[in-house]
Design a protein around this ligand. Sequence first.
Ligand code: AMP
Length: 213
Amino acid sequence: MSARRFILLGPPGAGKGTQSQRLVSDLGLPQISTGDLLRAARKAGTVLGLKAQGFMDAGQLVPDALIFELVEERLAQADAAAGYILDGFPRNVAQADEMARRGIVVDRVVLMEVPTEALVARLSGRRVCGQCAATYHAEAFPTRVEGVCDACGGVVSQRKDDTAEVVSQRLDVYARETSPLIAYYSSVGSLRRVDGFESTEKVYASIMTALSA
Ligand code: AMP
């Protein structure tokens, strides 16, 4: 039986969002991406969104209290009762400890490993649809019409935090704050490693194996 409450762990640009999209439709589980929830809060102009924006634009982590407010609200929705794909959360050991305290269960943690040089190229070329969140790459996977989403016709642009300077800051934050989660989940036996530097198809197959093994 496949794990149904799991974390996709990995640096920014590892392909967590891309893989989540397919996992959502194949497994029928919701993807809970704290980055997407934060971007939606900003777009909606909520107080939480306003508090988060400075941290996000600087490539820093948003305070844990704000993250738990968003996550708890999302997990309380009916579609999360049978399981969930956590993407970009937890982001540090304090969040992982707090999850355990709040009874947010995780059966499996899938670590997507990609070399740092590839992450920089992926992130700086990444373009995202502001409407449906489909992702493209300026060179490797451009939209058919520049700036227009192939899927929904929405406006496709670069995320503010995908610029070279902020990308290097985000990778530093990952190394310092998030990567200790690898040892954390390894020690409890729930971690599985996947080579994220393969084709989307191969990575997907490895994730499915990691969820069942
Ligand atoms: P992401 O889309 O996962 O790359 O997240 C974009 C930005 O949102 C990050 O650089 C952080 O500023 C913030 N963020 C997303 N998830 C978290 C989290 N779990 N904890 C703290 N900050 C987060």
